[in-house]
Design a protein around this ligand. Structure first.
Ligand code: FMN
Length: 173
């Protein structure tokens, strides 16, 4: 598959079958996260795999909306950045999430980015704080997002290059 075809194929998948993702595919997705570039090569990100229903259901309520699919996914990867190592944890975490999302698409595994930092629960609590409580993480870790993973239930239409808004491209003359 050409890289552009993977970019077109990649969609956010929020509906999953009640089926495990293959173990080797999970490893490949995590390897993609480890391969993501980081500022000054500091590699501040850790990847916490959540497999059990109970914490997944709690994580699904860690923000007001947009995290519901975590209760229905097979596994989730919480990207945990160590802020003692790097000040570019937002960028580094985002690239790792993007790489894993693309790797999942290449393996026909459904995935969706769940934004955590800057978000609140339905009760107005800080989403990052709630996720840290569920996962037992110290305060100096920051959580940009979580990747929900599962075998897709149904197909999400791929993107088409014709639908892209080329007026967003500018050339400074
Ligand atoms: C930074 C970022 C945060 C996102 N947060 C969420 C989220 O919390 N919940 C969700 O369902 N989708 C989330 N998404 C997925 C976007 O809604 C999705 O990428 C966008 O609607 C385009 O659809 P596509 O991914 O299928 O191309 C997020 C995506 C990004 C890049």
């Amino acid at each position: 598959m050409e890289f552009i075809d993977l970019l077109l194929k990649r969609r956010s998948v929020r509906r999953f079958k009640d089926e495990d993702i293959p173990k080797r595919d999970l490893e490949k997705i995590l390897e993609a996260g480890l391969l993501a570039p980081t500022s000054r090569n500091r590699k501040p990100c850790n990847f916490l795999v959540v497999e059990n229903k109970e914490p997944l259901e709690k994580l699904a309520k860690s923000k007001e909306s947009g995290a519901e699919m975590l209760a229905r996914c097979d596994k989730a990867i919480v990207v945990v950045a160590n802020t003692l190592i790097s000040d570019t944890w937002i960028e580094d975490s985002s690239i790792a999430l993007g790489y894993m999302h693309l790797m999942a698409a290449s393996l026909d595994i459904g995935s969706c980015w769940v934004q955590i930092h800057l978000r609140k629960t339905a009760e107005g609590e800080d989403s990052e704080k709630v996720v840290k409580e569920i996962t037992g993480l110290d305060d100096y870790f920051r959580i940009v997002g979580i990747l929900a993973l599962g075998m897709p239930d149904g197909e999400v239409k791929p993107h088409a290059l014709e639908d892209m808004d080329k007026s967003k491209i500018h050339f400074l003359v």
